[in-house]
Ligand binder design. Structure first.
Ligand SMILES: Nc1ncnc2c1ncn2[C@@H]1O[C@H](COP(=O)(O)OP(=O)(O)O)[C@@H](O)[C@H]1O
Ligand SMILES: [Mg+2]
Length: 365
């Protein structure tokens, strides 16, 4: 039997079916349809690990391509700006004939040697902003806009600062440009870099929460039906509930349901139990271990102290349990929020940011 790719529990991939993000997509498309410089042309997707930020950016890229844009996606890091420029050149080259030199139509066009390749001089000397402007102009001549996609943004980043400045200047020039970014919610709560923060704060924000369970139900139902697998209403409901609407768990549980069912035509109750349990354990390797490994002993002790509470913890209780000063507990709290492991909920209240983190620390996963 060929390997079934209905569900792929991995990060940063494009899911076969993007479930439950219709509103987010509609909003993004409205931005693209708006005039250059429209506020909605800058989008910022925020969500915890595994909530589907990267998957949504990939969807945006695909949609933009069919709406007259050339899209380049890059991950924040030292060579972000180089990645973006090269990404636009690669994605846009098919629209720009490479067999003729640009002649002096505009000053900008002079920066190119052939197609979207810069002259050596431009390549070496032009700033990111200048190169981006040249590419926008060249693509506008072919009725194409430019969409920049930046994954894993943080406010405290020199490259993002340059990107923010360049984007605003190009908008000022009336270029047909748009930007979509994604990051952990805490990435924009930093106050280290005001200029970037202003840029990020002005963007239209998409807070990615859990997927509606009704949409997960429809997705599982249709997928199993297509594959000729039956499942009882009750078992389907249990599998859906166990995903908690969390996209990564949707993929994990769906994957194990099919894996354990094998060639059988029925997804049994026992298989559902096994798939749910296996997926919870897989969360440890897939999310908990990488999220927790950069944390210090003190951070982990803080997280363990939270596990005595049901859903929400009070910082005062945690401080007392740890036997530390209030200032020290506040410092740990801030660090854990910044790394996306906990989220503030109301004054002095805290919650784990990821499903099943409570049972994990309680040892009942
Ligand atoms: N809306 C969705 N519907 C179905 N699967 C999704 C959806 N969003 C994300 N996924 C899947 O969930 C997993 C985690 O998504 P990803 O985009 O990598 O999360 P993030 O970037 O927020 O950490 C991936 O396997 C991805 O394919
Ligand atoms: Mg991601």
């Amino acid at each position: 039997m060929p390997e079934d790719r209905s569900f792929v529990p991995a990060f940063g991939n494009k899911p076969r079916r993007l479930v439950g993000r219709d509103e987010e997509i509609a909003g993004f498309l409205r931005g693209l349809a708006g005039p250059p410089g429209h506020r909605d042309r800058a989008t910022l997707c925020l969500g915890q690990r595994g909530m589907g930020k990267t998957a949504l950016l990939l969807k945006f890229a695909e949609l933009a391509e069919s709406h007259g844009f050339v899209a380049a996606k890059a991950t924040a890091g030292v060579d972000l700006l180089v990645q973006l420029i090269e990404g636009i050149q690669a994605a846009g080259s098919k629209y720009v004939p490479s067999n003729r030199r640009f002649t002096g139509v505009s000053v900008g066009a002079l920066g190119f040697s052939v197609g979207l390749s810069f002259t050596d001089d431009t390549e070496r000397k032009a700033s990111f902003r200048a190169k981006l402007s040249l590419l926008c102009q060249a693509l506008e001549n072919h009725e194409k806009g430019v969409l920049l996609l930046v994954d894993e943004v943080t406010a405290d980043d020199e490259q993002i600062r340059q990107l923010a400045t360049a984007y605003q200047e190009l908008v000022g020039e009336g270029r047909n440009i748009a930007i979509a970014m994604a990051g952990l919610p805490a990435a924009v709560s930093s106050v280290l870099n005001d200029k970037v923060l202003t840029f990020l704060n002005r963007a239209r924000k998409i807070q990615l929460g859990p997927l509606p369970l009704a949409d997960v139900t429809v997705d599982y139902f249709n997928t199993f039906k297509e594959l000729g697998k039956s499942i009882s209403v009750d078992d389907l409901g249990r599998a859906v509930a166990a995903t908690m609407g969390y996209p990564y768990l949707l993929q994990l549980i769906g994957y194990y349901l099919l894996e354990f069912t094998g060639a059988d035509s029925e997804i049994s109750s026992a298989t559902v139990d096994l798939a749910i349990n296996t997926s919870r354990t897989a969360m440890v390797d897939g999310i908990f271990t990488p999220s927790l490994s950069p944390l210090s002993k003190r951070d982990r002790e803080f997280l363990e102290a939270m596990s005595l509470d049901d859903e929400t913890s009070d910082i005062a209780d945690i401080t007392q349990r740890l036997g530390v000063t209030a200032a020290s507990a506040q410092q740990t709290r801030r660090r854990l929020i910044a790394s996306g492991v906990i989220i503030p909920s109301g004054t002095g209240q805290l919650q784990y940011a990821l499903p099943y983190l409570g049972p994990f620390f309680r040892g009942t996963l």
